[in-house]
Design a protein. Structure first.
Length: 331
């Protein structure tokens, strides 16, 4: 245990960095909790993996580097989807449990590691199930100005990176991993609200042909049909959402190993289409690969669904059987 305590102020941002390991299960994890000056859990990041080097990252590292490390590991895809999603859900539910939230914040505010660790340990062990679980935590306190400065510098850096990628048309082809611009497929009736989205969910997305990089992957996956870009499924691997009704949600998805799709959504009430293998699977006979469409009942430019094909086959079989029966009777 340790501390990185600045001069205490009601306006300061409190951050808990932690790591844990389960020797019996070969499970290792990192987490980061950011409490805003309204005493609420503003942001949380968690990653669980079977790679032991995950535990090598020290919580004494500054919070911004710790957060970047967790997000970077997620983007590379080397983590346990199920356990990560379960722990993300546990921390997300803290906001609904006012009593536990108040207790946890008070312990963090007062640097009461013993009581704080009891709560966090129980939450993590509820998922990991190891009586010998080892956990280490560090509390870091920064001013609101310092926190905002880091966020602003990140936004500026990300914009510069995006502009650079737009100018380099072949960059996406040569990198081991690539992040593409995508948009989610909406499903107002049957979809899942974006605020209920969890890591591990498989949603329907569509690549945006904004640059030659996206166009390259659209053609590589044979997603272009008569001038229309067909949608395909992608697994949610990271969700960045800050408190506040008007703050956007940034979602990172994995389309294929090493190929990721990212989009930002301002409206937290919209519903996204969840991939359904019964209706969304479309076979591409030209390349022997599987690509996916979406439910035409809620989208106007959707390709014919598998369900429609099955119904047509059944009707054909019934008509053929009736025709044979009539021939048999006439004889």
């Amino acid at each position: 245990m340790g501390s990185e305590k600045n001069q205490h102020s009601e306006d300061n941002i409190l951050i808990v960095k932690g790591r844990f390991k389960s020797g019996s299960s070969n499970i290792y994890g990192l987490f980061l909790l950011i409490f805003n000056n309204s005493k609420k859990l503003d942001t949380h990041h968690v990653i669980v993996s079977s790679y032991s080097d995950m535990y090598d990252y020290e919580p004494h590292t500054s919070w911004e580097k710790y957060e970047e490390h967790i997000v970077d590991r997620k983007w590379k895809g080397n983590f346990n989807n199920s356990m990560t999603a379960s722990l993300m859900d546990s921390f997300a539910r803290l906001s609904d449990d006012q009593r536990t939230m108040k207790l946890l914040f008070d312990y963090v505010y007062n640097y009461d590691y013993d009581q704080m660790d009891l709560i966090l340990y129980d939450m993590i062990n509820h998922i990991i199930h190891d009586k010998n679980l080892v956990m280490e935590t560090i509390i870091q306190e920064v001013t609101s100005q310092e926190f905002r400065k880091v966020k602003d510098e990140r936004s500026k850096s990300r914009k510069e990176d995006d502009d650079k990628e737009d100018d380099d048309e072949d960059e996406g082809k040569d990198r081991q991993s690539v992040i593409l611009r995508v948009k989610p497929i909406l499903s107002p009736v049957k979809g899942k609200p974006i605020y209920e989205l969890r890591i591990g969910d498989k949603i329907m997305i569509k690549l945006i042909p904004a640059t030659s990089r996206e166009n390259y992957y659209i053609d590589l996956y044979n997603l272009r049909e008569a001038g229309v870009i067909r949608p395909n499924p992608a697994t949610v691997i990271d969700i960045k959402s800050t408190a506040g009704k008007n703050n956007p949600v940034e979602i990172l998805t994995e389309i294929m190993p090493g190929v990721y799709g990212m989009f930002t959504e301002d409206d937290k009430q919209i519903k996204l289409k969840i991939f359904d293998p019964k209706t969304d699977l479309v076979q591409d006979g030209m390349r022997g690969s599987r690509f996916y469409g979406y439910d035409s009942s809620e989208s106007g430019d959707a390709p014919t669904s598998t369900r429609s094909i099955i119904i047509m086959v059944i009707l054909f079989v019934l008509i053929l059987a009736l025709f044979i029966l009539l021939i048999s009777i006439s004889w």
